[in-house]
Design a binder for this molecule. Structure first.
Ligand code: MG
Length: 252
């Protein structure tokens, strides 16, 4: 027994000794510069001025208060909405309008105002909407002291995502939307490989946080996934005289 213990101990010592003798490469010492890169440099963009409602220098201005030259009717003709006093207003019954240009991923800024005089309630009060790539609606609705189904409230991704807060200004006051949208990528079979995502900030408050859109925003029925490329920004004629101003977009 003693002999066995002696032999085992000797064997362990021998193995340990050979492991100590083996030399491995040393990991080079890191310097700060090894994890710093210089190219590409971010492009210089002059920010807009909130006081004067100017857009950032690289933005595409979609409405500057003068005319609807960047827009057309969603049916293809002239945009039939009224431009007045530096804003434009839904002309009920003339149909939705959309940008002539189409876009992929973007940052969109727009300002909207529901009528000062309240005529109705629920979904009939200051209803319009911003359709991303013409398909996915960010709801516009006057939800100031106005209850309706939560996934159809102001800033909802219509019937898909309930806003995280109700930050409505009073009827007749201007609201801002800043929308950050990433366009989808499709598989060959027409399903999403990468689904579209959206973040919505209303009046400086995040109300939709990087939500994964499930498909088209249907009034009746479930979302549908429809393969598409770049698409327009569309604004909804829901029969209510909602006004808009200061609309610009930056491609991402
Ligand atoms: Mg709507």
């Amino acid at each position: 027994m003693k002999k066995f213990l002696f032999t085992a101990t000797a064997l362990i010592l021998a193995v340990t000794a050979s492991a100590q003798e083996k030399v491995y490469p040393e990991t080079p010492e890191m310097s700060p510069a090894m994890t710093e890169f210089w190219l590409p440099q971010p492009k210089v963009v002059t920010p807009g001025d909130f006081a004067t409602n100017t857009a950032p220098s690289d933005a595409i201005v979609l409405f500057d208060g003068k005319d609807l030259s960047a827009w057309q009717s969603s049916d293809g003709g002239e945009a039939g909405w009224d431009v007045h006093d530096g804003v434009f207003t839904v002309k009920a019954g003339t149909g939705s309008i959309q940008t002539k240009d189409v876009f992929g991923s973007f940052q969109l800024h727009l300002e909207w105002r529901s009528p000062a005089k309240v005529h109705s309630e629920g979904q009939e009060r200051g209803n319009s909407g911003v359709f991303l790539q013409g398909l996915y609606e960010v709801q516009i609705l006057d939800c100031y002291n106005n209850e309706t189904y939560s996934n159809g409230q102001t800033g909802s991704i219509y019937k898909q995502a309930t806003p995280l807060a109700n930050v409505m200004r009073k009827p007749g006051e201007w609201n801002t939307y800043d929308i950050i949208y990433s366009a989808p990528v499709f598989n060959e079979d027409g399903t999403y490989r990468v689904a579209p995502t959206v973040t919505v900030i209303q009046n400086g408050v995040v109300i939709i946080n990087h939500f994964t859109i499930r498909g088209t925003t249907e009034y009746i029925g479930h979302p549908r996934v429809i393969p598409h490329g770049d698409g327009p920004i569309a604004l909804q004629d829901h029969g209510n005289p909602v006004s808009f101003r200061n609309i610009w977009l930056r491609k991402l």
